[in-house]
Design a protein around this ligand. Structure first.
Ligand code: NAP
Length: 546
């Protein structure tokens, strides 16, 4: 138990992370009069948009929807230059919000929380940072994001490589100039698929190492038109309300009709319209694409035909055609010219599905008996998602139980917000909540509101501690898996399933039952006097008052 030195500093709330969740938390906590300390490992705000600065990084949820709704003046004032914003614009927005609401003064940058232990006698969390700082707080809020622990695979020889290596999720702050370089890109998920077309325009040669071919749809991105922007701004109140109760927390044109209810010609027509519209709208072509294999096959084949048409070399085209998982069951990728990039003379695709990268050498890579030489290697190899960042902190609850131990077979939460035996520890968009299966900005606002409202409720009712009951948590964990099992999602080796990390338990981590449904369930729980949560009055004087 972390004990020594904690007397010196105590606040009501410690928040870990100053991404979009952390920023809104500061705003709300301050308005409610709580003292707080926020620790952020980066030297700026923005979370995922602070770290993921790779060339081509862009959000694939429309900016008019992927933005805060909590302040009417903010949403009216801010101008997004494009339909799908590029990373620098999203980071500029995060910085604007931090300045506009004067949020920085509570944040300690360049500081990672290393441990957080619950002290049962003192009824508070004892938090320690990598700077040796120790703080006690009644509440601990993990606003650490879902995909924030970058993963570089353990490939023999990595330390011997003499060129530069990069990970898309830890990209340098200064511009990296690949002019004149031969580069390798390992990984063809959303990050790789966004980066490759941009890198190919700069580097002398790009070799793409693909383990799993992924489905990618064209963003059809465009500049924001004044009419479109104004229409959204005029309708913001009603549209934000509507978004909150939709399946994915965003307004998309979802066709409530099964794929097989219409003719093959009509299906092709619908898919073509949506391919032309862009973004992930194709997945909403019919209401059962993610639950019925035969219907899914029709959309998957449509995309494969598009790939075969775009990519001139038929062998490369075939390698790029995904065939081993239903479309949408790995995170759908949204691109700007990805498949077209393979028509360039300076781009080569190397399929490594059946042949791992054997070793990294001093000058490149050895794969399947072939040696490659590279000036730089770009790892677009993803993240230890949903749980990795939480496990990087030594979190211990009641009885000195480690979160990692409790979750050894997979995350166990109630609503993705709390875990039994970890009193007053909240997670924003934690595993078991819709999180990555919806518009993150919409989901994190709901979670922040839920958490702050719960803390205020405790203050008003004279409670000191809150945690879910074991029964409520067990039921929720089962419900999350049942919801996933009604879909095709478990059929893919995705990071949603933990499949990208060797040894990670294989189960679907986000809640797929729908963002709107989840919100209604949460509202009902509060209406029913926080059904499934247990509260305890304090036996101690207020920590913050000490
Ligand atoms: P990812 O989807 O996990 O993709 C990682 C890629 O690296 C996969 O192709 C994977 O192959 C490959 N890989 C991993 N380990 C490997 C190894 N040892 N050898 C060879 N290949 C290996 O990661 P990501 O592309 O960074 O995206 C993660 C998530 O971030 C996305 O799904 C999305 O939610 C979010 N994101 C969003 C946006 C956006 O809004 N536009 C952009 C970027 C990222 P396998 O598939 O075979 O595992």
């Amino acid at each position: 138990m972390l004990q020594n030195g904690f007397k010196s500093r105590s606040v009501d709330v410690v928040v870990v992370g100053a991404g979009f969740s952390g920023l809104y938390l500061i705003h709300r906590l301050r308005n409610e009069g709580y003292s707080l300390r926020v620790f952020e490992r980066g030297d700026g705000v923005g979370g995922t948009w602070y770290w993921n600065r790779y060339p081509g990084a862009r959000c694939d949820v429309e900016s008019m929807q992927y933005s805060y709704s909590f302040d009417e003046e903010l949403q009216q004032d801010w101008h997004w230059p494009e339909k799908f914003s590029a990373q620098p614009d999203i980071l500029a927005y995060a910085n604007h919000v931090a300045d506009r609401f004067d949020l920085r003064r509570d944040i300690e940058f360049d500081t990672s929380v290393t441990a957080a232990h619950f002290d049962e006698a003192a009824e508070c969390w004892l938090v320690e940072t990598d700077k040796g700082e120790k703080v006690s707080a009644r509440y601990l809020i993990m606003a650490t994001g879902c995909i924030s622990t970058a993963q570089i695979p353990e490939i023999e020889g990595l330390s011997e490589y003499s060129g530069n290596t990069y990970h898309t999720g830890r990209w340098p702050h200064e511009k990296v100039d690949f002019t004149g370089q031969r580069i390798a890109v390992i990984g063809t998920g959303s990050s790789g698929i966004q980066a490759i077309p941009v890198l190919a325009k700069e580097a002398t040669h790009v070799t793409v190492f693909q383990r799993t071919a992924n489905y990618s749809l064209p963003a059809q991105n465009m500049s924001m038109t004044p009419e479109y922007e104004q229409e959204w701004k005029d309708e913001y109140t009603a549209r934000r309300m509507e978004m909150r109760y939709t399946p994915q927390g965003s307004l998309k044109d979802l066709n409530d009709e099964p794929a097989m209810a219409v003719s093959a010609d009509r299906r092709r027509e619908v898919y073509t319209e949506r391919w032309t519209t862009g973004g992930s709208t194709l997945l909403g072509s019919f209401n059962n694409l993610l639950s019925d294999q035969k219907s899914n096959d029709t959309a998957a084949e449509f995309v494969r035909q598009k790939i075969r048409k775009i990519v001139k070399d038929s062998e490369t085209a075939e390698l790029l055609c995904p065939k081993d998982h239903p479309i949408g069951t790995k995170r759908i990728c949204i691109d700007s010219g990805y498949y077209q990039t393979f028509n360039r003379d300076n781009v080569e695709l190397v399929d490594i599905k059946n042949s791992v990268i054997e070793r990294i050498t001093e000058t490149g890579l050895d794969v399947n008996g072939r040696s490659f030489e590279f000036d730089s290697i770009v790892f677009a190899t993803g993240f230890d998602a949903m749980t990795g960042t939480l496990f990087n902190v030594d979190i211990r609850g009641r009885g000195d139980q480690a979160l990692k131990d409790k979750w050894f077979a997979g995350p166990r939460t109630y609503l993705g917000l709390m875990s039994e035996a970890f009193p007053n520890m909240f997670m924003i968009t934690g595993p078991g909540s819709p999180s990555v299966k919806g518009n993150m900005l919409n989901s994190l606002e709901q979670h922040v509101d839920f958490v702050i409202d719960s803390i205020v409720h405790m203050r008003e009712q004279g409670f000191a501690m809150m945690e879910p009951t074991r029964e409520a948590e067990d039921e929720w964990v089962d419900h999350v898996q049942e919801a996933a099992n009604r879909t095709l999602f478990p059929r893919a080796n995705s990071w949603y399933m933990g499949a990208n990390i060797p040894g990670k338990p294989r189960l679907f981590m986000p809640y797929i039952g729908g963002v709107g449904r989840y919100r209604r369930i949460s509202e009902k729980i509060v209406e029913n006097d926080y059904d499934g949560f247990s509260f305890k009055a304090s036996t101690k004087p207020s920590i913050a008052a000490e």
